[in-house]
Design a protein around this ligand. Structure first.
Ligand code: TNX
Length: 531
């Protein structure tokens, strides 16, 4: 049986014998920076397995500690290549490489930096928590040696907080989940036609139309919570399209020509607003919003959206995007946009996120929707050609494989899930089986010979059909860990990291136990042998 670790590590050599974790096991470390990571690890082990583990800093006390965490760069780690792509943190990529030696009498985790130690402990948590709970007794795991490092530097999940509102506590559960699978970016889609969730941009007066929103303190606390888990929050302020909710709270944004009735990708007609760059109020509001957002989110990247600018003349779109990018740069940040932003021209400092790729439409989609999507796919292909020609890094989020709102094709093995399954997922998309959803490689997305332009991988969950956290986790699981695997495995040497669907599916089935420990609803695919 394979090691129940997702993403699958770069290298695993099975050893002889077993390691036994006993109640009261001590987890020793010398470096003070490791303390919060070791404490979190112990709390996780105790919570998930019932077996008490305790952190021991400095002098570990009498006898050998069960687990030792060392901040050290060994030659074995140095031999692993650095990840490809752009690093979300900004100031140089965090070193996420680690080695985990599970011996019969002890476990030693080595990493050059705390980020690597955290990734290694995520691996060890999975190994321990995927075993049947010992109910407070001893826990035995097979010996072996893992050597691991990420293949792509940017590994994210985009979360739509505009179409559905999730409490800060629920967003923290999503952060916990992505950290468990070694993703390092949470991209928050905070604004859209349906809602404006930012404190920035709201009128100063007490009345606050526009539905639930986060306070600056809520968002700062989430940034800190994520940073503790080596996850960077990238805020998205979606402009110039998708701006109906902002126009609702800032009526001065009405230019008399920027309200449109659109038929968007999901095939629904709805009202939308595009921000008019020729209206002086537009950039007063936009610069205020961007400055306020920059004061909340310290990360290097700010996502300006730029998708689906329906009804907006092309020249106005280009001038809007150009100015929004300059505003972001004037705040000392780097702008990032959906692939459509390539239509405003591209400089060496731009980054685009490619989503409109490989979409398969449901057999029932009407011919006009089909024609519209075909035209958009062709335009997005040109956007990507422009990005490749300009050597601009591309984060890949091809809808068919990275959009977690594509419906599941198989009927759930649990009849109690039938109602939820019928309700969630966009009916526009052709449903996909779990096996098909795993059958892709990020390095293929831009076409042959373009693998080096892939800067990272992002999954996305859009919330048009989601009401409540149960729906959200039902769509995240079990597909998100598969995307995390592709992102971690990276472009790699063929063969060295190739994990088949059968192997991944075997690992996934054993992760059902972890999701139950987390009280997370997941789609019970009938094709996996859930425990
Ligand atoms: C396209 S992806 C959108 C979203 C929808 C999503 C539904 C993107 C940049 N725009 O507004 O929610 O499809 O899957």
């Amino acid at each position: 049986m394979s090691l129940p670790v997702i993403p699958a590590p770069v290298r695993f050599d099975r050893g002889a014998g077993q390691f036994t974790l006993r109640p009261g096991a001590r987890v020793a470390f010398a470096a003070a920076e490791v303390a919060p990571i070791a404490e979190r690890f112990c709390a996780e082990v105790t919570r998930r397995t019932g077996l008490r583990a305790t952190p021991a800093d400095g002098d570990p006390g009498p006898g050998e500690p069960a687990v030792r965490i060392e901040l050290a760069a060994g030659a074995d780690l140095a031999a692993l290549p650095p990840p490809q792509g752009i690093s979300p943190g900004g100031d140089g990529p965090a070193d996420e490489r680690y080695s985990l030696a599970i011996e019969d009498d002890r476990v030693v985790l080595r990493a050059a930096e705390p980020a690597g130690a955290a990734r290694g402990l995520a691996t060890f948590v999975q190994i321990l928590a995927a075993r049947p709970s010992p109910g407070g007794g001893e826990l035995r795991v097979p010996c072996g040696r893992i050597l691991d490092a990420p293949g792509y530097a940017w590994r994210g999940l985009s979360l739509d907080l505009a179409r559905a509102f999730f409490t800060p506590g629920e967003v923290r559960r999503v952060i916990d989940l992505i950290a468990l699978y070694k993703l390092n970016v949470l991209h928050l889609h905070l604004t859209d036609d349906q809602a404006w969730r930012l404190p920035a941009g709201r009128p100063a007066s007490g009345r606050e139309p526009g539905g639930a929103c986060y306070s600056a303190e809520d968002l700062r606390a989430l940034v800190g919570y994520a940073a503790d888990r080596f996850v960077t929050i990238v805020p998205e302020i979606d402009m110039p399209g998708h701006a109906l909710a902002l126009a609702g709270i800032r009526p001065e944004l009405d230019s008399g020509r920027n309200q449109v009735e659109v038929s968007s990708v999901p095939g629904h007609r709805h009202r939308a607003v595009w921000l008019d760059p020729q209206l002086p109020a537009t950039f007063e509001v936009v610069s205020e919003v961007l400055a306020d957002a920059a004061a909340i989110f310290p990360g290097q990247y700010m996502h300006i959206g730029g998708d689906e600018p329906y009804g907006m003349p092309r020249d106005l779109y280009a001038s809007f995007v150009d100015r929004a990018r300059r505003l972001v740069r004037s705040l000392g940040r780097r702008p990032l946009g959906w692939q459509e932003t390539a239509r405003a021209g591209l400089g060496p400092d731009d980054v685009i996120q490619y989503w409109l790729a490989g979409i398969a439409l449901a057999a029932s989609s009407p011919p006009q929707v089909r024609a519209q999507i075909d035209a958009e796919l062709a335009a997005s292909r040109r956007d990507v050609e422009a990005a490749v020609a300009a050597s601009v890094p591309v984060i890949v989020s091809p809808a068919r494989h990275c959009y977690l709102d594509v419906p599941y094709a198989e009927p759930s093995a649990d009849p109690a899930q039938a109602d939820r399954q019928a309700r969630v997922g966009l009916p526009l998309y052709e449903p996909i089986t779990l096996a098909e959803s795993f059958d892709w490689e990020p390095a293929w997305v831009l076409g042959a010979g373009r693998a080096a332009h892939v800067a990272g991988v992002e999954a996305a969950i859009w919330a048009e059909t989601i009401s409540g956290f149960g729906d959200l986790s039902f769509l995240l699981l079990p597909r998100l860990p598969g995307i995390a695997h592709k992102a971690w495995a990276g472009p790699g040497a063929p063969g060295s990291r190739a994990v088949t669907w059968a192997d991944h599916g075997d690992r996934l089935a054993r992760h059902g136990r972890l999701w139950e420990q987390d009280d997370l609803e997941y789609f019970r695919a009938p094709t996996l042998n859930w425990l």
